[in-house]
Design a protein around this ligand. Structure first.
Ligand SMILES: Cc1cc2nc3c(=O)[nH]c(=O)nc-3n(C[C@H](O)[C@H](O)[C@H](O)COP(=O)(O)OP(=O)(O)OC[C@H]3O[C@@H](n4cnc5c(N)ncnc54)[C@H](O)[C@@H]3O)c2cc1C
Length: 503
């Protein structure tokens, strides 16, 4: 049979992507856009991974990401085939980006307007206005080096790490984010304001590299956005786009094996018994789960699992979702409610692995931006607290969950909504155990590998496996790491490798 008489499907190279998180979807769109026949295989009944959602009693609850930065990294996925993302999803600007609140009642509105922002800083500490300007400049350098130049490259060998080293040294990436921020501003509140962002990608400001100071510039430059209808609608738009260009998505069928033939991946097999062969397999599933539980190549599975066991994983999160009677025009979309301790709290969570008595909270109030996410006259919220992963002193969350939920809601009551308990129409919580059981997340970590300098770039899981050269990785466990821009950036790096390898 010559090429022209061959069945059409066999003319195309075929790839499988295991998992439909932001990284998996972005990779699948890139591959499909380049003419690789791509199938996503997802364990859960809905796509999105950490961006799963629930609809309860008329309220829409997004499970994970709510803050969208660098929208350009998403529009690129449509641009590849000349489509327009705006036709599939509306991104709405959010202002202030965040309101920060401390137990002494002080509020700080983190806005994008430079004069307003300078006023906010001056209210906290006039001397820090100048220091902030210098930090912004520093953050701009980090952004150029760490995000633009290195954020979408695959670090496959040590040489690539060495070539990045001079820039990392120049900007003192070996210092902690909090330490570096403290060299610019003197008020403790400003230090918290400029360092808490690393928590959004799973890193403690006390130990994570100063390179994560780039997030500040990323926010100032690209803004903070919210998808109309919730992040779940952005996921739905990505799936719609993927299917429109010919991609296939299989839901509710966990992959049970990445099948191999010698040092090559040859296909995947699912719980249902469905199996298919592929020219390349990429996994967006948890890195430990992929290597330990899925990879059929026993030797590689054992060596990679052993290496991963030595790494540090990010902590987890405890999330309380609640729908309330009433509306709160005074509560902005994103709030950080700092607790009485910062370093001590982070040490408890990251170092000691114990559940602290106090907490710093992130409060999400989507109905202030899009009231359609709750019944009329009602509001949707979620509040999350960083908590240790299950690796040090595992917590029985079945038992602890209801108590912890009440403590957190009481705190929101004390600080923002006094009659919160009387107004609750619906509520539920999500624990580290749920991250483990729903997402196969190792130790219930919310963000995969901790973003430490010695676990970055070359030292993260490589976008292409070192032994099985048609097995690829994408998502939070790979370079550059967690967060939507991070995993969408990893998809670009992985797609480039795959397209080169697939010819
Ligand atoms: C509560 C929360 C809030 C966050 N807030 C923000 C935010 O505001 N902004 C931001 O940028 N980032 C945020 N993040 C981080 C961000 O959500 C994640 O880093 C990112 O979504 C992870 O994407 P991923 O591509 O790694 O895949 P994941 O979302 O981890 O998805 C992996 C997918 O693989 C699937 N899978 C696992 N095992 C199998 C299997 N055996 N077979 C088939 N499929 C499998 C899973 O079901 C899942 O769908 C937040 C995270 C959390 C948890």
């Amino acid at each position: 049979m010559n090429e022209t008489t061959q069945p059409r499907s066999e003319l195309f190279r075929k790839a499988a992507v295991i998992g439909s998180g932001f990284g998996g979807l972005a990779l699948a769109i890139r591959l499909q856009s380049a003419g690789i026949q791509t199938t996503i295989v997802e364990a859960r009944d809905k796509p999105g991974g950490r961006a799963y959602f629930w609809e309860k009693d008329g309220f829409i609850f997004d499970g994970g990401p709510t803050v969208i930065t660098d929208p350009d990294c998403l529009t690129q996925l449509w641009d590849l085939t000349g489509h327009d993302m705006a036709k599939d999803i509306e991104l709405m600007p959010v202002s202030p980006f965040y309101r920060l609140n401390w137990p002494d009642g002080v509020n700080f509105d983190y806005v994008n307007d430079p004069d307003e922002l300078a006023n906010e800083i001056a209210k906290i500490e006039p001397d820090d206005v100048e220091g902030y300007k210098k930090f912004l400049e520093y953050s701009g350098h980090l952004y150029e080096e760490g995000y633009i130049k290195l954020g979408t490259s695959a670090f496959l060998d040590f040489k690539s790490m060495v070539s990045a080293a001079p820039a990392l040294m120049r900007y003192q990436a070996y210092r902690s984010l909090y330490g570096k921020v403290s060299s610019f501003v003197k008020s403790e509140k400003m230090r918290q304001m400029l360092s808490f962002q690393s928590l959004l990608v799973g890193g403690s400001p006390m130990t994570t590299s100063a390179i994560y100071g780039l997030i500040h510039k990323l926010e100032r430059l690209g803004g903070v956005w919210f998808a109309k209808g919730g992040t779940n609608m952005l996921i739905a738009a990505m799936v719609k786009h993927f299917e429109r260009i010919g991609g296939v998505i299989r839901l509710a069928d966990p992959v049970t094996s990445i099948d191999t033939d010698g040092d090559r991946a040859k296909g995947v097999t699912c719980k249902s018994g469905w199996t298919d062969s592929f020219d390349a397999v990429a996994t967006n599933a948890d890195i430990m789960h992929s290597y330990r539980d899925l990879l059929g190549h026993k030797h590689r599975s054992a060596t990679a699992t052993a290496a991963l066991k030595k790494k540090r994983f990010s902590p987890s999160l405890f999330v309380v979702h609640f729908g309330l009677k009433g509306t709160w025009p005074g509560i902005p979309h994103h709030m950080i409610l700092f607790g009485p301790r910062y370093k001590g709290l982070l040490d408890d969570i990251y170092k000691n692995g114990v559940l602290p008595n106090d907490f710093s909270l992130y409060l999400h109030h989507p109905t202030i931006t899009d009231p359609s996410m709750a019944p009329e006259g009602h509001s949707t919220f979620y509040v999350l607290a960083p908590v240790p992963h299950q690796g040090k002193l595992p917590i029985d969350w079945e038992e602890m969950g209801p108590k912890y939920e009440k403590r957190i809601l009481d705190e929101i009551g004390r600080r923002l909504i006094p009659d919160i308990h009387d107004r609750i129409v619906t509520k539920f919580h999500y624990t580290p155990q749920d991250f483990g059981s729903d997402l196969n997340a190792h130790l219930g970590s919310a963000f995969s590998l901790e973003p430490l300098l010695w676990q970055s770039a070359y030292f993260r899981v490589h976008n292409r496996d070192d032994v099985i050269d048609n097995l690829y990785f994408v998502g939070a466990g790979t370079h550059p790491g967690a967060g939507i821009p991070g995993v969408v950036g990893s998809a670009k790096a992985t797609a480039e490798l795959m397209l080169e390898d697939l010819g």
